[in-house]
Design a protein around this ligand. Structure first.
Ligand SMILES: Nc1nc2c(ncn2[C@@H]2O[C@H](COP(=O)(O)OP(=O)(O)OP(=O)(O)O)[C@@H](O)[C@H]2O)c(=O)[nH]1
Length: 392
C-alpha cells in the first residue's frame, strides 16, 4: 500500500479500500513591503464568505506583534508566528505552524479549513518561504503553493523599489499584484508616478495582473485561486533566487541551521523596536511627538504602527499607521482588542539608532532622564523644526 493510502474503518485488512491521497490544501502567500496594506486587504477578503474556511498565519517583525489584533474575528484559525521574519529566523516555525494546523484539523481541534493564507512581514524575502513550501517533503504531501499575492503601495512603491531589494523580489515572484492607495494620488505628478510604477511592475512581473484595491478590483475571487505556483512564468531572476535557496538549504542540512534569535538580523541597517507606556497620553502630546518625529527623522522611519491610550477616553484606544512619509488618518476603536491596555508603538527604522526615538518618546511623556531635553526645551526652541516652536 502506498504511504498515502489508509484503510477505511471496518474494512478487512486483506482488502484495503482504495482511497487516494487527500487533496493538497492550497496555500496563498500574501506579501508586500512594510505598510503597503496587507492586513487591510486580508481583512477585506476574509470578510468574503467564500473564505470562511481559511486558516491564516501572520508573521510580524518587531518585539511586540500588533497585526493579529487588527485582523477581524481572530479565532483559533489565526496563528501568530513568532517574532522575527518568516523568511529567516522563523522558517522552522512556519513548517511547525503548518504541521500544527494539519494536526488540529485531523483531530478536530480546529474547524476544517480548505485554504491557508500566510501574511509575511513587510521585510520578508519571499524566496526562502516559497522554497520551503515547494520542497519540504511533508508539506508537499498535504499542501500546494497556490500563488503569491504582492501588495504594492501606489504612493511609496517607487521609492521602495529603489531602496529595498526585498520589495523587488516580492513584486517579481507575484502571481497577482494588488496596488493600494491609488485614491491618495491626487495631483498630476502623483498620478504620473503611479503610471510609472505600473510600468515598472509590468516589467518585474509580466504575467501578474495588477488589481487596483481602491477601485474594488481586489476581490477574494480575483486574488486567490491563482492555480499552481509556476516559477517558469516569472522573470529569470526568480528561478535563480529559488536555486540559491536550494544551496542554502543543502548547507543547512549539512551544517545544521544557523542559530539566529535576533529579529533585527534581517538587514543591519534596519531595526525594529517598540515603545510602550501605561500612561494615558493627551492628544496634543501625541500630535507633537508624531510631528517632531516626522520633521526630524521622517526619512528614516519606514513604518510605525501602534495602539494608543489617549487621555480623553482611555477605554477607546486609537490605532495609528505611518508608512514612510505618509501618516494615515488614525482610527478609534470602541474598546481594547486584548488584555494589554498600554500604549504600544512598533517602529521599523532604517539608519537610525532606536535610542534616539526612545528618548524623544520619554521626553514627551515627561520621563526624567540624564542628557535628555525635556519637551518644552524642544518645542520652545527657536531652532525647533517648523511648526513646533511655541507649540504646547
Ligand atoms: N487611503 C488608503 N489607505 C490604505 C489603503 N490600503 C491600506 N491603507 C492604509 O495603510 C495603512 C497600512 O495598512 P496595513 O494594512 O496595516 O499595512 P501592512 O502592509 O499590513 O503593514 P505591515 O504589516 O506593517 O507591513 C493603514 O492605515 C491602512 O488603512 C488604500 O487602498 N487606500
Amino acid at each position: 500500500m502506498s504511504p498515502f493510502e489508509t484503510p477505511e474503518a471496518g474494512t478487512a485488512p486483506d482488502r484495503p479500500a482504495r482511497r487516494g491521497p487527500p487533496e493538497p490544501i492550497p496555500v496563498t502567500v500574501l506579501t508586500g513591503f512594510l505598510g503597503a496594506g496587507k492586513t487591510t486587504l486580508l481583512n477585506r477578503i476574509l470578510a468574503d464568505t467564500a473564505l470562511a474556511d481559511t486558516a491564516v498565519l501572520i508573521n510580524e517583525f518587531g518585539e511586540i506583534g500588533l497585526d493579529h489584533l487588527f485582523v477581524r474575528e481572530v479565532d483559533e484559525g489565526v496563528v501568530l508566528l513568532a517574532s522575527g521574519c518568516v523568511c529567516c529566523t522563523v522558517r522552522g516555525d512556519l513548517v511547525a505552524a503548518l504541521e500544527d494546523l494539519l494536526r488540529g484539523r485531523d483531530n478536530n481541534r480546529l474547524p476544517p479549513f480548505s485554504r491557508v493564507l500566510i501574511e509575511t512581514t513587510g521585510l520578508a524575502d519571499p524566496a526562502p518561504i516559497l522554497h520551503t513550501l515547494m520542497t519540504h517533503p511533508y508539506l508537499l504531501m498535504r499542501y500546494r503553493l497556490d500563488g503569491v499575492v504582492t501588495v504594492v503601495d501606489a504612493i511609496n512603491g517607487g521609492a521602495t523599489l529603489d531602496a529595498q531589494p526585498e520589495a523587488v523580489k516580492q513584486a517579481a515572484v507575484s502571481d497577482r499584484i494588488v496596488l493600494t492607495k491609488t485614491d491618495l494620488a491626487q495631483t498630476d505628478a502623483e498620478k504620473t508616478a503611479v503610471a510609472d510604477l505600473r510600468r515598472r511592475l509590468a516589467t518585474l512581473a509580466p504575467a501578474a495582473p495588477v488589481l487596483d484595491a481602491a477601485a474594488g478590483e481586489a476581490t477574494a475571487e480575483r486574488i486567490l485561486k491563482a492555480g499552481l505556483y509556476d516559477p517558469a512564468r516569472k522573470i529569470p531572476d526568480v528561478a535563480r533566487w529559488l536555486a540559491e535557496e536550494q544551496i542554502a538549504a543543502n548547507r543547512e542540512a549539512a551544517e545544521g541551521p544557523a542559530v539566529v534569535t535576533d529579529p533585527n538580523r534581517h538587514d543591519d541597517r534596519i531595526k525594529a523596536f517598540s515603545l510602550a507606556t501605561d500612561a494615558a497620553i493627551p492628544a496634543s502630546t501625541l500630535d507633537l511627538f508624531l510631528e517632531l518625529l516626522r520633521a526630524t527623522h521622517g526619512g528614516s522611519v519606514l513604518r510605525m504602527k501602534g495602539i494608543v491610550k489617549l487621555a480623553d477616553d482611555p477605554s477607546a484606544p486609537v490605532v495609528l499607521h505611518g508608512v514612510q512619509h505618509v501618516m494615515h488618518p488614525p482610527s478609534r476603536l470602541a474598546a481594547w482588542p486584548d488584555d494589554d491596555h498600554r500604549t504600544r508603538l512598533v517602529m521599523i527604522v532604517r539608519d537610525l539608532d532606536p535610542m534616539v526615538i526612545q528618548r524623544l518618546f520619554e521626553a514627551f511623556l515627561g520621563v526624567p532622564s540624564v542628557d535628555t531635553p525635556d519637551r518644552a526645551a524642544m518645542t520652545d526652541n527657536p531652532l525647533a523644526p517648523p511648526g513646533l516652536s511655541g507649540m504646547r
